[in-house]
Write a protein that binds this ligand. Structure first.
Ligand SMILES: *Cc1c(COP(=O)(O)O)cnc(C)c1O
Length: 520
């Protein structure tokens, strides 16, 4: 039976996974979901002894069934090859009584590489031999004939890590361009240089005056602007698409490492098949943790998924009260990739946890848009709370977590991961108050970035006297901890900066149109 993707908000278009990946966002503003999730299972034991690529083949084949075996293997071999500096792609390390799953061994040293090395490869295989959208059959032959020459402009707003990971994934991809906007002054020096030094003839990088949410909202408006879409389609045969974590093609590859973590735990005899495991996930846009939910729906024994937030604790408030309220101060913290007020992928979780109630999702999202907040029915909140835990860390707590983890376990972690580490320690304290020792489930903390992406925060937290520049800081950190800075970060200081534009939010549509015109 084919799997169809449709909007979380009730739009009736039914798309294949290829079409959903190509389109990115549904026409009514909803996210693509399939009602097939939960009907298909992946047998964990059958994956035993396999490598990351083999697990990926199983998961991707299950969740994206209209890609054939050859296509999937081509994508997997190209996405998870020598650009990773660890052969297991996402290695698991022991950390006291817990485990940490390192997701930062890819080319940009953040977890987004896992998905963004894959998405461009999937995208490149969505354009041929299929109608380019669900309405194609209603249109004339000209449209279908020109669909083969259609080019795609990837448009992304980034709070730091997505932009670079997307640039690296899409650089020089055929028939594709990429435009990345980042909030000026709100990403680290390393993050900024990662983007401004990007190689590739099809890449555009621009700073905007505003915060990440301003930039992301503007990008969403551009996607929703039918006049821009029509101009680009007729003028330069360009279609806009998204690499943000709302794209199905980004979400699905992230499901793989939950299985990979579980299998590594089995290999170490930390668990036996069927044992339930908890995951603690540093969270921003809710993509990473949602992939854990998908893994559970595929049959992975997941007892609990804990959302770890930074001081922008909108998800903590939602998960404890049932009210999601974006009307609150925005804090710029030491974990910029989690500085988010509107957590887009939450919409998919609401869809699934309400058993596919798209009317409810549509009305909640309407409330969020028009009133700045929504409240879920209390029965739904209880269901959500049974599976999703939550916690958050302020910046002092983040700093202390980095320090304590280094002191106790000699493990260096970045500020995003440290939010999760702090939440784990808080869970333990709560647990000790209510239960006896030894009954806790195996816990895995997802580590989302290399500590060397944020050398200043990490260095200061462990008590170093940090030199002025981020790169000198990396050297000091390496020396003090006898660890090594990844080449792809340390080497950035020698590369020329190619992109220096800074624009206002209002200028973004024009910038996109100009960038799109360079594609044809
Ligand atoms: C993107 C990112 C996160 C948040 O992940 P979401 O999928 O947006 O919840 C956490 N940490 C780092 C380092 C990131 O880059």
């Amino acid at each position: 039976m084919p799997t169809y993707f449709h909007s979380t908000r009730g739009n009736a278009d039914m798309l294949t996974s290829k079409q959903a990946i190509r389109q990115g966002l549904a026409h009514d503003g909803g996210l693509f979901v399939t009602d097939d999730l939960g009907n298909r299972h992946v047998d964990v034991e059958s994956l035993q002894g396999g490598d990351y690529q083999g697990i990926a083949r199983q998961i991707l084949g299950t969740l994206l069934p209209d890609f054939n075996d050859t296509e999937l293997w081509e994508c997997i071999d190209a996405a998870y090859g020598s650009q990773w500096d660890d052969p297991s792609i996402t290695p698991l390390r022991q950390l006291g009584d817990d485990y940490v799953l390192e997701l930062f061994h890819g080319p940009t040293c953040a977890f987004k590489d896992v998905a963004l090395q894959m998405l461009p490869r999937l995208m490149a295989r969505t354009g041929y031999g299929v109608p380019d959208d669900a309405n194609a059959s209603r249109e004339d032959g000209m449209r279908t004939a020109s669909a083969a020459r259609e080019r795609i402009m990837i448009l992304t707003a980034t709070s730091g890590d997505t932009g670079k990971a997307a640039l690296e994934g899409f650089a020089d991809a055929p028939d594709t361009g990429i435009t990345v906007f980042y909030p000026e002054g709100k990403v680290s020096e390393v993050q900024r240089r990662q983007m401004t030094t990007q190689r590739g003839g099809n890449v555009h990088v621009c700073a905007v005056r505003g915060n990440f949410d301003d930039a992301q909202s503007a990008v969403k408006r551009i996607f929703g602007d039918e006049r821009i879409a029509a101009d680009l389609a007729s003028g330069s045969h360009v279609r806009l698409s998204s690499a943000n974590s709302i794209n199905v093609g980004r979400l699905v590859p992230q499901v793989v490492y939950y299985f990979c973590a579980y299998l590594q735990l089995m290999e170490r005899n930390a668990i036996t098949a069927g044992d339930e495991v908890e995951f603690v996930v540093p969270t921003g846009n809710f993509g990473d943790i949602l992939a854990g939910y998908y893994a559970k729906r595929l049959g992975l024994p997941v007892a609990r998924l804990t959302v770890a937030s930074d001081r922008n604790n909108v998800l903590y408030d939602f998960l404890t009260t049932g009210t999601y309220d974006r009307e609150r101060p925005f804090f710029q913290t030491t974990s910029p990739s989690m500085d988010i007020l509107v957590s887009s992928n939450l919409e998919r979780m609401l869809y699934y946890m309400s058993d596919g109630d798209s009317d409810l999702v549509d009305s909640l999202m309407g409330d969020l848009k028009h009133r700045g907040s929504f409240t879920v029915p209390s029965a739904l909140l209880s269901r959500i709370q049974e599976l999703f835990g939550c916690g958050w860390a302020d910046e002092d707590e983040v700093s202390r977590a980095i320090h304590d983890c280094w002191e106790h376990d000699h493990y260096l972690m970045d500020p995003h991961t440290a939010c999760g580490y702090h939440v784990m320690r808080m869970q333990e304290q709560a647990h000790e108050r209510t239960q006896e020792h030894g009954s806790a489930k195996t816990r895995v903390l997802l580590s989302t970035a290399s500590p060397y992406k944020f050398p200043r925060v990490v260095g200061r937290s462990i008590g170093l006297n940090c030199p002025d520049g981020d790169f000198e800081c990396m050297d000091a950190l390496a020396q003090a901890t006898s660890t090594e800075a990844p080449d792809q970060l340390r080497g950035l200081s020698d590369l020329p900066e190619r992109f220096t534009d800074v624009i206002d939010i209002a200028e973004m549509p024009q910038y996109v149109i100009r960038a799109a015109n360079t594609l044809s």
